[in-house]
Design a protein around this ligand. Sequence first.
Ligand SMILES: O=P(O)(O)OP(=O)(O)OP(=O)(O)OC[C@H]1O[C@@H](n2cnc3c(O)ncnc32)[C@H](O)[C@@H]1O
Length: 205
Amino acid sequence: MTSLPEDKSNNEKVTFVTGNVGKLREFQEYFGHDIGKHFVNKDIDLEEIQGTPEEIIRAKLLKAREVVKGPLVVEDTSMGFHAYHLLPGPYIKHFLKSCGCQGLIDMLEGKKDKSAQALCVIGFLDSDTTKCEIFIGKCEGEISPEVRGKNNFGWDPIFIPLHERNKEKLTFAQLDIKIKNEISHRGNALKLFQSFIEQWSKKKY
Ligand SMILES: O=P(O)(O)OP(=O)(O)OP(=O)(O)OC[C@H]1O[C@@H](n2cnc3c(O)ncnc32)[C@H](O)[C@@H]1O
């Protein structure tokens, strides 16, 4: 099981509330050795409301606040098909659970447009405020005609990121976690979040 390393400093850590090991691994990979300097993990699967990505992340932060006193971070990822006006979007977790990756491919059968978008929203809430800071990263892609690859997690085996670094049109599950982080929705949101958290740390300590 993935867990964050202990840090011996007295700095207050930001609690990353997630029950998803795949996300935690990508956070770890992204921050490298600095991960323990900034974060601890609380493994809770937070209940999600229906709504826009911003509404969902705010509600997730407030729900997490009920169990975490200090600064905290949550994350919400959605993935949707342009042919369906970006649905399933935030409901992708339930679609994936019920239909699997092959079922998602089948939803696009007969559709010419196989394009898709992944969206990662990171939300941060400090201990002394109710103001939510939100960081959004996107990744455009297309849905693979078949399930391919074993790396990473979730719907990665069917999502082909459209990026100049992926000329071979591999799915996220065929890419190394490091490359995924460099071009993915989460990597793009993490870039914004990292600049914020470094400034926040400097101001705080
Ligand atoms: O505890 P939390 O952080 O809420 O974790 P979750 O698994 O409930 O997370 P989401 O609702 O954000 O995720 C929606 C679905 O998309 C999947 N997912 C999230 N990020 C992904 C990624 O980068 N690649 C592939 N699948 C991903 C995830 O496993 C879920 O099935």
